[in-house]
Design a protein around this ligand. Structure first.
Ligand SMILES: [Zn+2]
Ligand SMILES: [Zn+2]
Length: 313
C-alpha cells in the first residue's frame, strides 16, 4: 500500500530494486534449501509467528488505527503495533498512512497512487498497482496534507523517525533467534510474503473478486487475499465504509485482524472501536452518504476527525 521512502532521488530505484528483489531471491534460495531438507520446524515456527505479528502490525496498526482512526489503543499497544507495522518494510508509518488516505480519496480515479484500472493495458495496470508505483516519482502523497494529524502525534513521529532501526530489527531478531536459517525464513522470506500479501490488496482486490457494495471505485472482496492478508481481502466492504474496524460483515468473512481487535478490546487494551453493521452500511449507501461521513459520528480526537473529513470530501 505504501512506499514512501526517504532515500535520495538518485538512490530511489536501486534501493527499491534491492528491497523488492532481495527477499524474492531469498524465496528462490529458500525453496532450493527446502528441497535439500535445510528447513526445520523452528524456521517454520519463526516464519509463521513473525508473519502474523508483523501482519497484524500492518492491518491493525498502520491501516485501521493510524490511517482510518477505526480504534484507539493504549499507548504501549499502539507503539508496539506501529513498530511491528514498520517491520513489514513497506515504508515509514506516516507516508504509508498518507498514501493510503490518498488512495481512498481518489480510488481508481486520476491521482490514485496505485490504481490498476487507469492503464489501458490490464497486465501493466496490475503490475503498476502491485509494486510498479513504488518505483515511480511523484506518486507519494503529501504528508503535510494527508497526515497532518499524525505529524502532530509525538509517538507516531518518534517511531517514524526511527524507522531504519525497526527495518533492521526485522532481520536482526530472526537472526538472533534462529541463526542464518532464521534470517532466511523468519527474515527475508517473511518480508517477501508480507510484501506480496499487502500489495495484493492494491492489485488483486481492485481487479478480481466480488462487489457487495457499489462505492465509486473498482474495489472488490477476495477470500484468498483475506486469508493471506489477515482480513484485508474484504476490500470492497472496506471502501464502502473505510472507518469500520471490521472488514467483513458476516461470520464467514474471514478477518483475523478483527478477531484480534475484539480480543484486545475484551482485555481493555483497545477501545473506541468503530464498526458499521450491514444495516447501517446499506442505509449509508442508499442515502448516498459515504461510510466515512457516517463514521464521523464516532468520537475521536478532533484533529483526526478533521483530517479524515478532509480526505472524505
Ligand atoms: Zn483500495
Ligand atoms: Zn483503507
Amino acid at each position: 500500500m505504501d512506499g514512501g521512502w526517504s532515500a535520495g532521488r538518485a538512490l530511489r530505484k536501486p534501493v527499491m530494486g534491492l528491497v523488492v528483489a532481495g527477499p524474492l531471491v531469498a524465496v528462490g534460495y529458500a525453496i532450493f534449501a527446502l528441497w535439500n531438507r535445510m528447513v526445520g520446524w523452528q524456521d517454520i515456527a519463526l516464519l509463521t509467528t513473525i508473519y502474523l505479528l508483523v501482519g497484524l502490525g500492518v492491518t491493525i496498526g498502520y491501516h485501521r488505527l493510524l490511517t482510518h482512526g477505526s480504534l484507539n489503543a493504549r499507548r504501549p499497544v499502539k507503539i508496539a503495533l506501529l513498530i511491528l507495522g514498520t517491520m513489514s518494510i513497506q515504508g515509514r508509518p506516516i507516508s504509508w498512512a498518507a498514501n493510503h488516505r490518498l488512495h481512498h480519496a481518489r480510488s481508481d480515479r486520476e491521482g490514485d497512487p496505485h490504481s490498476p484500472n487507469l492503464n489501458r493495458n490490464a497486465i501493466v495496470g496490475f503490475a503498476h498497482a502491485h509494486l510498479g508505483w513504488l518505483f515511480q516519482r511523484g506518486q507519494a502523497a503529501d504528508e503535510g496534507r494527508w497526515a497532518r494529524d499524525l505529524l502532530n502525534d509525538p509517538d507516531v513521529v518518534f517511531i517514524n523517525r526511527l524507522a531504519p532501526v525497526w527495518f533492521l530489527a526485522a532481520l536482526v531478531i530472526p537472526f538472533a533467534i534462529g541463526g542464518w536459517s532464521g534470517l532466511l525464513w523468519g527474515g527475508l522470506v517473511r518480508i517477501s510474503l508480507t510484501h506480496h500479501a499487502t500489495w495484493s490488496v492494491n492489485s488483486v482486490c481492485h481487479v478480481f473478486g466480488s462487489r457487495a457494495f457499489s462505492p465509486k471505485d473498482q474495489s472488490r472482496n477476495h477470500w484468498l487475499v483475506g486469508l493471506l492478508a489477515l482480513g484485508e481481502g474484504g476490500h470492497n466492504t472496506h471502501h464502502a465504509s473505510p472507518r469500520s474496524a471490521r472488514h467483513g460483515l458476516r461470520w464467514w468473512h474471514f478477518d483475523l485482524s478483527w478477531v484480534v481487535i475484539c480480543a484486545l478490546q475484551e482485555v481493555r487494551l483497545i477501545r473506541d472501536v468503530y464498526t458499521l453493521d450491514a444495516q447501517d452500511l446499506k442505509r449509508a449507501l442508499q442515502t448516498k452518504a459515504s461510510g466515512v461521513k457516517v463514521a464521523l459520528r464516532h468520537r475521536l480526537p478532533q484533529e483526526t476527525r478533521q483530517t479524515i473529513a478532509a480526505v472524505a470530501d
